[in-house]
Write a protein that binds this ligand. Structure first.
Ligand SMILES: [Zn+2]
Length: 151
């Protein structure tokens, strides 16, 4: 289960809406406690995808630059936290992982996808890659105004 505060969820939505009609992305920082991933902060990364042709562009691809990954990891470590997931938007497409998402995914951590339609964030889903990388399983994602300490 992935636990986000309402405040983090709205910062995430605002970042993903600002990127529309391109995909936007970022990193979830927090801690993993048993089967619960508790998000404490977000790292808002620019979409570093640079290929632009009929098939692939920032409208359907995203890339988090290694520098941003390192910065987020360092920031998390400084606060005794870990990278617990990534998030990105699907502009005018459902909040379901694509083949490309599966190909580049890593095990254990969460992949949050938010569908952004006409510039408005709608569905939010979370996914975890199976150990054999064959598919994603959907993960419950919950937001709680009281903060994760209250769950
Ligand atoms: Zn995707």
């Amino acid at each position: 289960m992935l636990i986000l505060t309402d405040e983090l969820a709205s910062r995430m939505r605002a970042h993903l809406e600002a990127g529309y009609p391109r995909e936007a992305c970022g990193i979830l920082i927090g801690s993993i406690e048993g089967d619960r991933k508790i998000a404490r902060d977000l790292y808002l990364a620019p979409n570093a995808w640079s290929v632009e042709n009929e098939r692939e562009s920032q409208r359907n691809r995203y890339l988090i630059a290694p520098d941003d990954f390192v910065r987020a990891d360092r920031e998390a470590g400084r606060r005794g936290l870990d990278i617990i997931g990534f998030f990105h938007s699907h502009p005018d497409h459902p909040a379901r992982p694509s083949e490309t998402d599966r190909e580049f995914a890593l095990p254990v951590i969460s992949f949050v996808i938010v569908s952004v339609r006409q510039g408005q964030a709608t569905d939010m889903t979370a996914w975890v890659l199976r150990d054999d990388r064959s598919a994603f399983d959907e993960e419950e994602v919950t937001t709680n105004t009281a903060g994760p300490g209250r769950l």
